[in-house]
Design a protein around this ligand. Sequence first.
Ligand code: ADP
Ligand code: MG
Length: 368
Amino acid sequence: MAFLELRDIHKMYAVAPLLSGVSFAIERGEIACLLGPSGSGKTTLLRIIAGLEAPEKGSVWLEASDLTSVPTHRRGVVLMFQDYALFPHRTVAENVAFGIRDMRYGKPVKLSRGEIARRVAEMLALVGLEGFGDRDVNQLSGGEQQRVALARSLAPQPRLLLLDEPLGALDRTLRERLLEELPVILRRVGVTAITVTHDQEEAFALADRVILLHEGRVIQSGSPEAVYTAPRTAWVARFLGLDNLLPAIVSTQIPPQVVTPCGQFTLESQTPLPAPGTVGMLLIYPTGIHLAGRNVGLSRSPLQGGGDNAFSAIVSQRLYHGRTYAITLAAKDGYRLHCIQTIGDAPVAVGQTITGWVEPGALRWLDS
Ligand code: ADP
Ligand code: MG
């Protein structure tokens, strides 16, 4: 049995189901990230795991024991709230010490002042706040408050740490820094953790495993790489920011070929496709599109024989992103395709008619 298991969790709000059969499992020491749009029930799910809310149906198992009748403070689960919920007008050390005094494996612990001070100092060092113990939490920056909240959450050595949008309240520079530091801190402690976010970049950077919520269920779960390279549905692809999607019909299974309004495409030879005539979607990864125009040579040679994997389009936008350009193409029938050019590529101009060529490895078939 896995370290944590959620089995068929159902939760209704008013008359509408919010969670309708959520199941997943997490191994000890794993950092998982629940990813889903705003309102998909992520916070509710964390509250159910922490015991702050009860599901109508389903159960939560931690280390092979059913938590259903175990009260919050005995679960050994700490939930770090989205707004940190620090105690105002208290010092940093008092905030961190609160966790130690009140809950450790659900049992009150009697520690000497010296032991508490040592543990507080250890936690502050862990989050990079040495010497901050005597400061008033109200005088801290947002990033420092976030670290105090993390130190307080880790202080009782929870079996499971739940982090609700841990970087949501921070500005971009700070977010990027903490995005690097947070997984390092969590791994150093070795705590099993579930973070929640609506931001796929954040999920990918933090997590060993991504769990995607859609319409009350887990629609896909796996390593960030597995989810990104093989989204299960068009919804998942779009949610991950992969929006080069064309309606497609299978023409042949071997070789795997599909027809779209913008042209015919051959996928990688080992790609399994459904029977000819099946309708679905073709996903094109932006990094696999290469451009050729009147003065633009292809950076890779196109497929041998025929016009497969090539499409015609007009360059409608070209945005400079530092080392790369983000190119938007208007292809046939109003379909928009995005691709990337690097500094070394022959430049294309807005308004120019070009030919795009797609590497077979950059194509995925999605069932509709
Ligand atoms: P997320 O964290 O993914 O944004 P939430 O778990 O906060 O989603 O909640 C999803 C929806 O469930 C909310 O938009 C709200 O409509 C509803 N909801 C959440 N909590 C309650 C509640 N206590 N009572 C009624 N409806 C609620
Ligand atoms: Mg939420």
